[in-house]
Design a protein around this ligand. Structure first.
Ligand SMILES: *Cc1c(COP(=O)(O)O)cnc(C)c1O
Length: 364
């Protein structure tokens, strides 16, 4: 078998090794149905057990009450950029507030503007999205249908460490590249969504946690698939669910509960892992320059630059020789991006840190 690299891809991204081993073991035939997860009906008892376990695990990890639905949808987070305004705006509340803290927030805003005139409360474009608004800069309009924000900007590497204050206005969060990296005060949210392929599974499924009272806003005139109410009523089995992806989400959440020991533990580990890399950047005397201001650095996506494109290319190439892959930054931002999601082991980060020191010694 090919040796596994330490894979710093931003998404689809690293999965826990015990999860991959379990998938491999059961791929030909699951114990109950004696067929592959890819070969059984989404309405079979075996699959219903799997989707129920995935939901129960997410509820347990985040202490989600019965006031919320947990949905498994398709179309990625991109479709949520549209479904959210389509379902949550109304003739009485035709606009929502948006915080634009990076590329993903900007995409979300652009789609929402097709359904009304959204109000931009804050946009970090002038500083190339290297910081976040201070709490006093966030003044939500009283008639906003919701406040949308991106809790972790995957490309720019800025991350909120606590929820912005939206008062009585429902808080809507794109948590795609951090979901389940720490515990959340779920009661603060109206809706949270996350495509699986960054931090919780393979591509193909998007988790949406939505407060039940918000479903009353969903109009029957919407296309059936795009209406949250239909998915809630059908237990996410309105159409053929992405069975394989949901099965892996179940295994990843089993791993978080049983191997890691829950999200408090996961958060501690994530803080320790990110610190190793930020310390390496801060102690490099400017050889490595972080993109993000220190108070809003992402624990998931560590973004930094070297002095030239030549050095950056050499860094990426030599890292790959050392089994450290997918470190090139996003195409429009350049530099280096190390995505260090839940499943990236500490050993992978130590190995990257050691390489950073060595590379600096050889080229600094
Ligand atoms: C990756 C990502 C998306 C887009 O997800 P898709 O599943 O490709 O639609 C949206 N928001 C954030 C924060 C992301 O990291």
């Amino acid at each position: 078998m090919t040796e596994r690299a330490y894979n710093f891809s931003a998404g689809p991204a690293v999965l826990p090794e015990p999860v991959l081993a379990q998938v491999q073991q059961d791929l030909m035939a699951l114990p109950g149905p004696r067929a592959s997860i890819m070969e059984i009906s989404h309405r079979s008892a075996a699959f219903k057990e799997i989707i129920a376990a995935a939901e129960a695990n997410i509820r347990k990890l985040l202490s989600i009450s019965d006031n919320y639905e947990v949905l498994f949808l398709q179309g990625g987070s991109r479709l949520q950029f549209s479904m959210i305004p389509m379902n949550l705006l109304s003739s009485e509340q035709p606009s929502a507030d948006y915080l634009v803290t990076g590329a993903w927030g900007k995409h979300a805003l652009k789609e929402a503007n097709k359904h009304g005139d959204m109000r931009v409360l804050w946009d970090g474009g002038d500083s190339n999205y290297n910081c976040l608004p201070a709490s006093e800069e966030i003044e939500v309009s009283s008639n906003a249908a919701y406040l949308h924000y991106t809790s972790n900007e995957t490309i720019h590497g800025v991350q909120f460490s606590e929820e912005p204050n939206s008062g009585d206005v429902p808080l809507v969060c794109d948590a795609s590249s951090e979901f389940l990296y720490r515990p959340l005060p779920i009661d603060r949210y109206g809706l949270i969504y996350a495509c699986a392929q960054k931090n919780i599974g393979p591509a193909g499924v998007t988790v949406v946690v939505v407060r039940k009272d918000l479903l009353e806003r969903c109009q029957d005139s919407l296309p059936g698939y795009l209406n949250y109410k239909n998915h809630a009523a059908a237990g996410s089995l309105m159409n053929t669910a992405p069975t394989f992806a949901i099965y892996v989400v179940r295994l990843v959440t089993d791993w978080l509960l049983n191997d890691i020991g829950g999200l408090d533990k996961m958060y501690e580990l994530n803080q320790a892992k990110a610190k190793l890399l930020y310390d390496a950047i801060d102690s490099s005397d400017g050889f490595y320059v972080g993109h993000t201001q220190a108070d809003c650095r992402s624990l998931m996506n560590v973004v930094f630059r070297l002095a030239s494109d030549e050095l950056t290319s050499a860094f990426v190439a030599q890292a790959a020789e050392r089994n450290l892959t997918a470190l090139a930054g996003y195409r429009t931002l350049g530099g280096i991006r190390a995505s260090i999601y839940n499943a990236m082991p500490l050993a992978g980060i130590e190995s990257l840190r050691d390489f950073m020191v060595e590379f600096q010694n050889a080229n600094g």
